[in-house]
Design a protein around this ligand. Sequence first.
Ligand SMILES: *[C@@H]1O[C@H](CO)[C@@H](O)[C@H](O)[C@H]1NC(C)=O
Ligand SMILES: *[C@@H]1O[C@H](CO)[C@@H](O)[C@H](O)[C@H]1NC(C)=O
Ligand SMILES: *[C@@H]1O[C@H](CO)[C@@H](O)[C@H](O)[C@H]1NC(C)=O
Ligand SMILES: *[C@@H]1O[C@H](CO)[C@@H](O)[C@H](O)[C@H]1NC(C)=O
Ligand SMILES: *[C@@H]1O[C@H](CO)[C@@H](O)[C@H](O)[C@H]1NC(C)=O
Ligand SMILES: *[C@@H]1O[C@H](CO)[C@@H](O)[C@H](O)[C@H]1NC(C)=O
Ligand SMILES: *[C@@H]1O[C@H](CO)[C@@H](O)[C@H](O)[C@H]1NC(C)=O
Ligand SMILES: *[C@@H]1O[C@H](CO)[C@@H](O)[C@H](O)[C@H]1NC(C)=O
Ligand SMILES: *[C@@H]1O[C@H](CO)[C@@H](O)[C@H](O)[C@H]1NC(C)=O
Ligand SMILES: *[C@@H]1O[C@H](CO)[C@@H](O)[C@H](O)[C@H]1NC(C)=O
Ligand SMILES: *[C@@H]1O[C@H](CO)[C@@H](O)[C@H](O)[C@H]1NC(C)=O
Ligand SMILES: *[C@@H]1O[C@H](CO)[C@@H](O)[C@H](O)[C@H]1NC(C)=O
Length: 562
Amino acid sequence: MVSSRGFLSWLIFLFIGILGFIPFPAEAAIKKYQFDIQVKNVSRLCHAKPIVTVNGRFPGPTIYVREGDRVMVNVTNYAQYNMSIHWHGLKQYRNGWADGPAYITQCPIQTGSSYTYDFNVTGQRGTLWWHAHILWLRATVYGAIVIMPKQGTPYPFPQPNMEVPILLGEWWNTDVEEVEKQGTEMGLPPNMSDAHTINGKPGPLFPCSEKHTFAMEIESGKTYLLRIINAALNDELFFGIAGHNMTVVEVDAVYTKPFTTQTILIAPGQTTNVLVLANQVPGRYFMATRAFLDVPLPVDNKTATAIMQYKGIPNTVLPSFPQLPASNDTEFALGYNRKLRSLNTPQFPANVPLKVDRNLFYTVGFGKDSCPTCVNGTRLLASLNNISFVMPQIGLLQAHYFNISGVFKTNFPDKPPTPFNYTGAPLTASLGTVHGTRLSKIAFNSTVELVLQDTNLLTVESHPFHLHGYNFFVVGTGIGNFDPAKDPAKYNLVDPVERNTVGVPTGGWTAIRFRADNPGVWFMHCHLELHTGWGLKTAFVVEEGPGSDQSILPPPKDLPPC
Ligand SMILES: *[C@@H]1O[C@H](CO)[C@@H](O)[C@H](O)[C@H]1NC(C)=O
Ligand SMILES: *[C@@H]1O[C@H](CO)[C@@H](O)[C@H](O)[C@H]1NC(C)=O
Ligand SMILES: *[C@@H]1O[C@H](CO)[C@@H](O)[C@H](O)[C@H]1NC(C)=O
Ligand SMILES: *[C@@H]1O[C@H](CO)[C@@H](O)[C@H](O)[C@H]1NC(C)=O
Ligand SMILES: *[C@@H]1O[C@H](CO)[C@@H](O)[C@H](O)[C@H]1NC(C)=O
Ligand SMILES: *[C@@H]1O[C@H](CO)[C@@H](O)[C@H](O)[C@H]1NC(C)=O
Ligand SMILES: *[C@@H]1O[C@H](CO)[C@@H](O)[C@H](O)[C@H]1NC(C)=O
Ligand SMILES: *[C@@H]1O[C@H](CO)[C@@H](O)[C@H](O)[C@H]1NC(C)=O
Ligand SMILES: *[C@@H]1O[C@H](CO)[C@@H](O)[C@H](O)[C@H]1NC(C)=O
Ligand SMILES: *[C@@H]1O[C@H](CO)[C@@H](O)[C@H](O)[C@H]1NC(C)=O
Ligand SMILES: *[C@@H]1O[C@H](CO)[C@@H](O)[C@H](O)[C@H]1NC(C)=O
Ligand SMILES: *[C@@H]1O[C@H](CO)[C@@H](O)[C@H](O)[C@H]1NC(C)=O
């Protein structure tokens, strides 16, 4: 049941929704935000606990901008943790200083300090999001970014009556930093979250959580644009609404060919915009989200719910429940991802690189290091091309820009050192990995194809990879080992989906292409926080071009020192 508090939050939400429609000035504007990083006691499942927030809010404030705007966010850190904020999916052309991953493009904003992220929103419109990019703090430090199209440019789909951000997340009853630390000390995966959440609220299926239910009111005949964001740390999620279809129109701030579905699949880091038509018998309908995991590992199968309620329907009516695929439904996952295509119209073309200058092939694997103090005498690790990434002590971008030697090497291999039957029988012997801060150097404006290949080192698993500074085209994907002789012939080079985060299927591969026209140091990592922490990450050093507008911008004066 939605209590008066639930109703209040709905009212506040409605207000925020309406705010999204306040007409923006026609000219590009400067949008200024103040983000105070504060610890606040927040209650969810039965008791309150202190969490790190932005401006005391959970989830944090939505950033509303228009394509072409300049955004300045002054982040002031009043918490005891070091902080940095990533603007997930913003391309940050020549401007890695505003990208945010700690020790990759900046040193953290230390307690008592401020840093202003200053960036232009160029050539992008749609839903993105922001989140902490240090430790596991993004568990509570995240929010939506809504980029409206330029004035006078309509959506390439029917104008919705209302827009609502839907942020999916994970909630721990204890301090997430303690959870992370305990996992590292044991050398094992840390405790699973205690709940999934929708707009920060778990919904009535959890203990003491009835009043922590997100609800939105809808009206018959109206169309709603849901801007869905997966802000969970470690779970790919299904999301559906009882009785209502969803029409997918955009992912990761790129328009798609519309298609209708009852469930979407969304990996951590990804966004999906759907249209929902209120065309059912007026009543109360659950929205629900639950994890997808198609390997025999413990699955975090707790279901978060929220409510869509037709206007005039009392809170006493029992909501109906959506049917979600089984948590291990591989066929659904593969089929859903196959439906995603770029819109590819003259106005929104898919500029897929047809010729490739640089071919990269990276294997994704797990490993174990000896760790005498750990539970099993070993610590779990993850690697790309058998290299587990070691975090540096200063920002890689600074080291690159100021030519500071000894911070990283640019000898990341273009292919695995020893080819093997990647997805054959499970490999459990000699699981050691090499450790290093090794990057790959990419020539300016070259076209890159990267095949990410899952392996059965310890276990196969699905991995959502996120590339900073770029969108890429997902030109191919498959199950088993990538075959360089046969698979490229099956690529989609016409209208592949364009995005910034893509799932590598369990025991399979994904091929992406992009043009390296954004100079800087750009992080690439699995967006499952657990795997990132284990070393499943690297970065590209994209060289500068000869033109005056093809070099890295000078660093801002307030860039945090180490
Ligand atoms: C936060 O809540 C806990 C549990 O209710 C309480 O013990 C603690 O004093 C509170 N802390 C603050 C700063 O309010
Ligand atoms: C950022 O906010 C802090 C705290 O309010 C303030 O001291 C600082 O001057 C602000 N920085 C800028 C550039 O406005
Ligand atoms: C953003 O655009 C403005 C106006 O064109 C320009 O002066 C500024 O340098 C740009 N900032 C960045 C970080 O690219
Ligand atoms: C993890 O879960 C175990 C078992 O429920 C519990 O004893 C432990 O305190 C939890 N760790 C943290 C950091 O919450
Ligand atoms: C949902 O879409 C399916 C397939 O397009 C269609 O058969 C069904 O009638 C739709 N349901 C609703 C509630 O619109
Ligand atoms: C969720 O997982 C638990 C433990 O793994 C299992 O007992 C339960 O049946 C699962 N529930 C669903 C709905 O799959
Ligand atoms: C999915 O899980 C169900 C129940 O947990 C199990 O019976 C089924 O065999 C699994 N399917 C696959 C394809 O693993
Ligand atoms: C670690 O030890 C636990 C408990 O002894 C065992 O259940 C588990 O399989 C081991 N895990 C690994 C990855 O070796
Ligand atoms: C790889 O392993 C799979 C499963 O064990 C097997 O079917 C396949 O033949 C192997 N491929 C090669 C090239 O050895
Ligand atoms: C990874 O590197 C370690 C240490 O050099 C080695 O023992 C192991 O065989 C390598 N594994 C693979 C899959 O290349
Ligand atoms: C990059 O290369 C393409 C194709 O050769 C060319 O059209 C484009 O102008 C180049 N871009 C820059 C920024 O040099
Ligand atoms: C915060 O960041 C600074 C600069 O990198 C570092 O020296 C310090 O140890 C960090 N503090 C903590 C608590 O991690």
